[in-house]
Design a protein around this ligand. Structure first.
Ligand code: BES
Ligand code: MN
Ligand code: ZN
Length: 500
């Protein structure tokens, strides 16, 4: 994967040679070929369409093996009706295409959406269409093979070069590859089991993920205690694995940073408030928020982005045991607020409370975003379809919605009504860590709000989106790496507003 190159070219396709040429077509495409195309290829495509074997229906693919001339093979990819083509449809079509060619030995791919005037270019330019096809295709190629000895069932590792032929040279192809690799890193981290991905191992992985332009500090248990992060430490105390606070800083610009805070529970058993054992193996994904943040930091580092971003990741394991914290315990958080533990399974908010307080007081960020697999209620509400968003900043909400729509890592805002403060009001303490089942998606957000003061803040609950039980067009079941592409898009948006 790392040796893969993506190139954007304005050359005429007749001058290029590729093992595979991908051509998207709509149901209602008139087959007049662009002068850049090879006449022989044009004839062959026309013949296939005429035969009725390929009609351009959405999701349809058709392979034309040639093994002569410029392209060894042509893959036609259907997009349905021109008016229905969206960026997401293109990603999904790209996934179909890349999965269809898995069995073949292909080193070079050419993508050319402009060849047959195959879509409505007013809706989506031909170049961006090719871009989205490649994005979906590359996301779909991801596999987690660390622990499987079975033979490779495809020849994907042969792929070396993808060239997007089009009208302009796309400046963004480098960014595309970097974001795909960051997404893959997040998925690798999430899928690595908790016996290997301990808090210490996550810290090592975070350090290894970024270049020298990112400073990484790893705070051990003693230092965390000195920082007064008692709520975080309470969660960690049932496990033999010591907690780590991972702090990363990428300073590609002056001024106050954006702070990202990612929950990393390497395994969430629920602690003394033990979870049911059915499906508990999935709780290794309770560090998906941190995985997304680490992916983002890697991408910023590689992009040499003109951004100032800090990441704060509280990492520990939530286990029951003789030293574990218990329901009824009262803990003084780093901020000074006291918290009564109602459920040791509502652990993420305890870690985030201290991490948010640390991030805000330490770095005085212009805004802070936390990302976490925080509540089961999030997936009850949204299934795998949306990230739950809660925020004190309408500006952040607007930008996150735009970034979500652009990447299809969509967010949906939940109301942080004042009433929800009541849900978590303490009886013997300032607040309590659980407010019952009703409204628990929002009471979790409401809890976090107690720790952010006036700093513009957004909370992203990815419990429903970070892990999927069934394959999606470009995500195989399991980890999705959600959050990486969303946050990178958000940060890019910010750069456009500033000085570049
Ligand atoms: N990590 C879980 C949330 C979760 C559940 C994520 C299922 C992904 C899938 C979190 O720590 C948790 O256990 N939350 C509790 C909170 C409750 C006790 C107030 C929940 O949502 O059940
Ligand atoms: Mn829990
Ligand atoms: Zn959890």
């Amino acid at each position: 994967m790392t040796k893969l190159k993506i190139i954007s070219s304005r050359e005429r396709l007749t001058q290029a040679k590729a093992d595979l040429l991908i051509v998207p077509l709509c149901e209602d495409t008139a087959l007049t070929q662009h002068p850049d195309g090879d006449a022989d290829i044009g004839k062959r495509i026309a013949a296939v369409v005429k035969s009725g074997d390929f009609a351009g229906r959405n999701g349809q693919t058709f392979l034309i093996p040639i093994h002569a001339g410029r392209a060894a093979r042509i893959l036609l990819v259907g997009l349905g009706k021109k008016v229905d083509v969206t960026a997401e449809r293109l990603r999904q079509a790209g996934a179909k295409a890349f999965l269809a060619i898995r069995p073949f030995r292909i080193e070079t791919i050419a993508v050319a959406a402009h060849l047959f005037n195959g879509m409505d270019r007013e809706r989506i330019g031909f170049d961006s269409a090719s871009f989205y096809l490649v994005e979906g295709g590359l996301l779909a190629r991801y596999r987690f093979r660390k622990y499987r000895h079975e033979e490779q069932d495809d020849q994907e590792s042969n792929l070396q070069e993808i060239t997007i032929f089009g009208e302009e040279v796309l400046a963004d192809v480098q960014r595309l590859l970097i974001s795909i690799q960051a997404n893959a890193l997040a998925r690798d981290l999430v899928l690595t089991p908790a016996n290997e991905l301990t808090p210490a191992a996550l810290a090592v992985a975070a350090r290894g993920a970024v270049g020298k332009n990112v400073s990484v500090r790893i705070l051990d248990k003693k230092t965390i205690a000195r920082e007064g992060m008692r709520a975080f430490l309470a969660v960690a105390q049932g496990s033999q694995h010591e907690p780590k606070l991972i702090v990363m800083e990428y300073k590609g610009a002056q001024g106050a940073p954006t702070a990202l805070v990612g929950k990393a529970v390497t395994f969430d058993s629920g602690g003394i408030s033990l979870k049911p054992s059915d499906g508990m193996e999935k709780m290794k994904y309770d560090m998906a928020g941190a995985a997304a943040v680490i992916g983002v930091m890697q991408a910023l580092s590689r992009l040499k982005a003109k951004q100032h971003v800090v990441a704060v990741i509280p990492a520990c394991e939530n286990l029951p045991g003789g030293a574990a914290f218990r329901p009824g315990d009262v803990i003084k958080s780093r901020s000074g607020k006291t918290i009564e533990i109602i459920s040791t399974d509502a652990e993420g908010r305890l870690m985030l409370a201290d991490a948010l307080d640390y991030a805000i007081k330490h770095f005085k960020p212009r805004e802070v975003i936390d990302i976490a697999t925080l509540t089961g209620a999030c997936s009850i509400a949204f299934g795998h379809a949306a990230i739950a968003l809660m925020s004190t900043s309408p500006d952040l909400v607007g930008r996150l919605k735009l970034a979500g729509d652009a990447t299809y890592e969509r967010v949906w805002e939940m109301p942080l009504f004042e009433e929800f403060r009541e849900y978590i009001k303490g009886d013997v303490s300032d607040i309590k860590n659980a407010g019952g089942r009703k409204g628990s998606l929002i009471s979790a957000g409401s809890f976090l709000r107690e720790f952010v003061g006036d700093t513009p803040w957004a909370h992203l609950d990815i419990a429903g989106t970070a892990w999927i039980d069934k394959d999606k067009p470009y995500f195989s079941k399991g980890a999705t790496g959600v959050g990486v592409r969303l946050l990178l898009e958000l940060l890019r948006d910010r750069r456009g507003k500033g000085k570049e």
